[in-house]
Design a protein around this ligand. Structure first.
Ligand code: CA
Ligand code: CA
Ligand code: CA
Length: 288
């Protein structure tokens, strides 16, 4: 009996020892609560993370398609993120990124991606004439890109409807818009200076239309070359043009100087010339 009692005591002691050791092992591990987005980049542009607000913003170049972007997202150690880093997302609207910590707690970040405007406000001169708002944009674009920017801003390349409007625009361009003429020249326009307005004959040679947002909804104002005719009595202010010179000239420039520059044999400042639509010129936006 004594032997058995001793054995039970030893066994009991061992049990207590094992239990004691075991209970130490069973202490719950400390799980990380860290759940921050620590880095966010999209198309090689670093996003700005506002940690208190749980928002992320990034601005991509004008023209970027926002519907399929794959941001690279870094999160706290042991946390996970959904959508995953590198997963393609549609950023037409903000996208929520849920970060889940090791302990299962989570937080949502709203990621908003926008594109730069097509024109910098530093390069825009706005004015009003006869109740209509206009903007002169001192940035060089092809006629199509200028028309696209006009449309993006809610307007159209200026459509000049009468001599008073032409004179008012020319006055603003030459006296108030801070244009350096040598920054907006067309080599095929006698080396003179021009700004884009909304006319072109891109679709049909010699059929000149107003289509300042390039949407195909048009009004024809001129038919033919320099010896052509106005259509429906609409205003024109051509120099000795249009002549579709050289490789072809399909877009409408309002001249800031005479052309050819220094001679003026073909036209005067404030008149119109057809020049290649691939020239990169300043432009005038009109708003209805
Ligand atoms: Ca107009
Ligand atoms: Ca032409
Ligand atoms: Ca011409």
């Amino acid at each position: 009996m004594e032997t058995k009692l001793a054995t039970n005591l030893i066994f009991g002691f061992l049990l207590i020892l094992i239990f004691a050791c075991g209970s130490e092992d069973a202490d719950p591990p400390i799980l990380s609560t860290a759940k921050a987005i620590t880095d966010f980049s999209v198309s090689d542009v670093d996003g700005t993370i506002d940690e208190p607000a749980k928002t992320i913003t990034a601005i991509l170049p004008n023209g970027t398609d926002l519907t399929a972007l794959s941001p690279v997202v870094a999160v706290s150690p042991k946390a996970t993120v959904n959508p995953a880093s590198g997963a393609s997302q549609d950023f037409s609207n903000s996208v929520m990124y849920k970060v889940t910590a090791e302990d299962g707690s989570s937080v949502d970040y709203a990621a908003t991606v926008t594109v730069e405007p097509c024109a910098s406000s530093d390069n825009i001169y706005g004015f009003t004439y006869n109740g209509t708002n206009y903007e002169v944009v001192r940035e060089n674009k092809t006629w199509e890109d200028a028309a696209a920017c006009a449309a993006e801003r809610g307007g159209f390349l200026a459509e000049i409807n009468d001599a008073d409007e032409n004179a008012a625009l020319f006055n603003e361009l030459t006296n108030n818009a801070s244009i350096t003429n040598s920054n907006t020249t067309a080599a095929d326009g006698g080396g003179a200076s021009y700004v884009w307005i909304g006319g072109n004959d891109i679709a049909t040679e010699s059929a000149w239309i107003w289509d300042g947002n390039n949407d195909g909804a048009t009004a024809r104002f001129w038919q033919g070359a320099a010896d052509g005719n106005p259509v429906d009595g609409l205003y024109n202010n051509w120099g000795n043009e249009p002549d579709d010179f050289g490789e072809g000239q399909d877009a409408l420039g309002l001249a800031l100087t005479e052309w050819p520059l220094g001679s003026g044999a073909l036209g005067s400042a404030a008149q119109w010339n057809d020049v290649s639509h691939t020239n990169e010129l300043y432009y005038i936006i009109e708003y209805k």
